[in-house]
Design a protein around this ligand. Structure first.
Ligand SMILES: [Zn+2]
Length: 71
């Protein structure tokens, strides 16, 4: 007798919520239901948050003003 429920051992095929790529919902996949850590981070917004962490004020506004030096 064939039992298709045995597939439970290999995990269920699911689509990654981020990239739609098929992957196994399995205990061996720590990022489930995502296909990878990258897709998981994208979904959590951490990926975008990292891009916002770059400081935009590296150069002071008066750096290019020579008159500041002669007050
Ligand atoms: Zn993915």
């Amino acid at each position: 007798m064939r039992n298709s429920a045995m597939a439970n051992d290999e995990g269920q095929i699911v689509s990654c919520p981020t990239c739609q790529k098929e992957n196994r919902y399995h205990i061996d996949n720590p990022f489930r239901p995502f296909c990878s850590e990258r897709c998981r981070l994208i979904d959590l917004g951490e990926w975008a948050d990292e891009g916002h962490r770059i400081p935009g004020q590296a150069i002071p506004p008066d750096y290019n003003d020579p008159e500041v030096d002669t007050h």
